[in-house]
Design a protein around this ligand. Sequence first.
Ligand code: KG4
Ligand code: ZN
Length: 347
Amino acid sequence: MLVLGIETSCDETAVALYDSERGLLAHRLYSQVEMHAEYGGVVPELAARDHIRKLVPLIRELLDGAQLTLSDIDGVAYTRGPGLAGALLVGASMGQALALGLGVPAIGVHHMEGHLLAPMLENERPTFPFIALLVSGGHTLLADVVGVGEYNILGESLDDAVGEAFDKTAKLLGLAYPGGPSVSKEAEKGQAGRFKFPRPMTDRPGLDFSFSGLKTYTLTTAYEHQDENNQLVDQTRADIAHAFQEAATDTLVIKAKRALKQTGRSELVIAGGVGANRALREKLAALAQRENINVFFPRPEFCTDNGAMIAYVGCLRLLAGESEGIAVAVRPRWKISELEIPGAGLT
Ligand code: KG4
Ligand code: ZN
């Protein structure tokens, strides 16, 4: 079964072709990041309008590149939620319209399920059950992934997501949008040990996270170290970025290790945009060696939003017999705990 996947939940227009026999055939992505940079964050209305402009040409380019045509498609998957309502509606409308026109089934996919299962797109893939550390701009969670559709949430952020904390830290340090990559770049110039930031909620049991206190700590430190012109000198900015990144990534590693201990699992999967962070990847690789466990990272382009993960999950669920009616319904606040094992809802 050849499935076209469409992702438009936020600021990337992404499409892919996944075949149940041959695997991932092609994927394309257009990032709106430059358009939103001017505003220092994603502007939902602009995002939706840009998806409208880019989606059709991107699907054409995808099919041409794979030397396939629309008539080769056996099913269409699109991101149904969570995400920005207007942006989601563009992908959902296009997905439903294409499916209807081609006479093939359509399926709305949960964006986070896409991230959780993205490591399955790689040659070296984990085996169920495994622990997933999902770290994106909207979510920070640890899940026990028992099988497809069986996600037991072990802990999540009580306030800001870790990606959001990176983005806000970038903003307060005057670094470019998007924040994650620029904090990471700045941190490389930082001096280790000049500042020591707290590792929130690691001194008590449990697997929940909280990043808003760390953000405030970063803000206070930056404020206290301004020069007489209320500016940060370059080295101080880099040192603060370094201390923030160390604290944020240490916190994630401490909790991931705790989740592995608690469940007795021996495989850990990293998903979501912050999974592209080099410091985090290095620390988790060291943890894997120390604790004799396996850590799986999708390639960075499959950590951040992409169409491949949507096509893959859509293919699994379509093969299990699931599909949508023709109504275009998106779920901007869809909870991952509401998902079921593929085909479980069928009678
Ligand atoms: O998964 P994603 O592409 O979008 C969703 O939120 O669903 O994640 C985006 C988040 C942003 O907060 C971005 O700043 C962060 O991932 N990010 C990073 C890095 N690359 C992206 N954070 C830290 N280091 C990075 N290298
Ligand atoms: Zn995402």
